[in-house]
Write a protein that binds this ligand. Structure first.
Ligand code: DGY
Length: 353
């Protein structure tokens, strides 16, 4: 809360000081031309200090995403862009960005960046995959438990006076004990989720990836094909990256192959799921329930069908929203920009093949 207020305050203050010419007076302290950086959201003090020491920083002061007109206007002169997953960086933006040398996104995912267009222009990309593994794994476990043990529904019932007595089979859900947990995608986040779930006495961990995973052996996870993953998982957790090969991978035909007692969890990207098919699967009890931290679109309109379903828990994309994690992501995003602009190795560069 205090942090949010500070961020908000700092954002407003930055706009005012920029108007008053404060940034210009800092610029005059240096004889060298300072690179220009645009930040697409109000940021915390540490980030502004890291960047402000060596760059002229302009920021969109809002807590809402920068409007595209504003981004297009501000991108023209800048050398570095500090952005987030809500900012679509496509050809239109890149065509305007004549001086851009580095795009640093405060996210692990980079599906909001037009990689081909960026590659053509030789612009470097920074991202933050390692910083958010633990926070996202924690949240996924929380979402899974909230879904399978019906925490939201039970809490709502208690508040609404529906808790009449202790009842033997009221609000019963699915247990992780003796369960087969399947992972679609088994990178850092998937592995950390598995490590956290095994102490719940799961029976087996399965995963589907394009290639064999070295860490999976140590975890005791078994690689299977997609159909076996669908057919055998009591819990199916999506933690893959989002690209053309994973787009709408979970459609009606996939849900039909899953157990009708299974729980589907997605903390990756909404686009991996054909959402209308998920609604059908939940309504027709092809699967038992779903927990989603990501949807299409985001935010999901409050009148959306998914919000009407008791067997669906929806969170507003908060996988990495632990304060320490977000501060680290922000700081790394700033350091990625600075190092790239100095021609040094970036602490976390997305290396394009
Ligand atoms: C990311 O960084 O890609 C995550 O989705 C944010 O939580």
């Amino acid at each position: 809360m205090i942090y949010n207020k500070a961020v908000h305050f700092l954002g407003i203050k930055l706009r005012k000081t920029a108007k008053l010419g404060y940034l210009t007076s800092i610029k005059n302290l240096s004889t060298m031309a300072r690179p220009k950086v645009y930040v697409t959201r109000a940021m915390n003090r540490e980030v502004m200090e890291i960047l402000g020491k060596e760059c002229d920083v302009t920021t969109w002061p809002g807590s809402d995403p920068v409007p595209s007109t504003e981004l297009l206007k501000n991108i023209e002169e800048v050398d570095g862009l500090f952005c987030m997953l809500t900012d679509k960086i496509g050809k239109d933006v890149l065509d305007k960005a004549k001086n851009l040398k580095v795009i640093s996104t405060m996210s692990a995912g980079y599906d909001h960046l037009d990689i081909e267009e960026i590659k053509k222009r030789g612009i470097k990309i920074g991202y933050t995959p390692e910083t958010l593994t633990d926070a996202t794994a924690e949240l996924t476990v929380g979402l899974l438990l909230a879904t399978c043990r019906r925490l939201m529904e039970a809490n709502a019932a208690a508040r609404e006076g529906k808790w009449l007595t202790w009842s033997p089979f009221w609000m019963c859900g699915n247990s992780l004990k003796n369960a087969t947990v399947g992972f679609f995608g088994f990178g850092r986040i998937g592995q950390e989720i598995a490590r956290r779930l095994i102490p719940f006495k799961t029976k087996q961990i399965l995963y589907t990836t394009r290639s064999e995973n070295a860490e999976a052996k140590e975890i005791g996870a078994l690689r299977v094909d997609f159909d076996s993953l669908l057919q055998n998982s009591d819990f199916l957790i999506v933690c893959c990256s989002f690209n053309e090969s994973t787009r709408e991978k979970f459609d009606l035909s996939a849900f039909k192959k899953m157990k009708n007692t299974s729980v589907f969890i997605n903390t990756a990207r909404g686009g991996v799921v054909k959402q209308d098919d998920l609604v059908l699967a939940l309504k027709n009890k092809l699967i038992w329930g779903a927990g989603l931290d990501v949807t299409t679109p985001e935010p999901l309109p409050v009148e959306h069908e998914l919000f009407k379903l008791e067997n669906c828990v929806i969170l507003p994309h908060i996988g990495s929203a632990a304060t320490d994690c977000r501060l680290e992501m922000a700081s790394l995003t700033a350091r990625n920009i600075l190092t790239a602009l100095k021609g040094e190795n970036m602490p976390s560069e997305l290396v394009l093949s």
